[in-house]
Every structure is written in structure tokens, then in C-alpha cells.
Design a protein around this ligand. Sequence first.
Ligand code: SF4
Length: 120
Amino acid sequence: MIPKLRGHHLICLHFFKGEGYSEDFIKNIYNVLLNQKMQVADGADDICAKCPHLEEGKCASSEYSNEDIKAQDTEALMLLKLETGMVVEWENIAAMLPSILDEWNSLFCYDCGYRKVCFG
Ligand code: SF4
């Protein structure tokens, strides 16, 4: 089965280095990333499914509101030129990152708790 990933996860998970909210959450990310193809999800995805912050299908993170997260998804899909439901090759997204990362970084990474994990 092709895993479903929401917009911002299609970008951020390229920087995954084994850190996350719980052991289950981290293990699930490793499993999802074994796949070469992903389907673009609208809202909570197969990563959120194992996240302790998911409540009633919405992100209840203390760091961001559900609306903030959805705005990140929208921007990510715009930068990647993708739409909900599309199936994408993980490698093709990786190849697009150099051309979009400056903009993504300036919009979202500056105050993200994972900034140090991603960029050292
Ligand atoms: S913090 Fe929110 S967006 Fe991130 S994985 Fe958890 S539920 Fe999903």
C-alpha cells in the first residue's frame, strides 16, 4: 500500500534523523520511508496516525495550531507543484528540494523546534 503524506511532511521528512515525539512515532516514520512512492494527503496522514499530538483527526501540537499546519501543507504543495491524491516518487521530490528550500526555510524553519535536527 502506498503511504499517504501531507504537504509539509513531503518536505520535512527528507531531513528526518531518527528524532520524534515517541518510539512508536519514530518507528512508523522509518517504515513509511521504506517506500519509494507516496500519495499526497489532505490533512492528517500516515505519520500523524502514530503521533501523540493527533486528536480527533486534527493536529493538537502545542507548537502549532491545526490551521498553521494546514497552511504549511498548502505552501508545500504549491512549491512542489503537487495536488492532493497525486502519487509521487520520493526521489523526484528530493530532486526538487534544492530549488525550493530557501523559500521553505524562510517561511517556516526559523521558529521550528526541529531546526537544529535538520540543519545542525
Ligand atoms: S505534530 Fe501534528 S502534523 Fe506533526 S505528525 Fe503530529 S499530528 Fe501530524
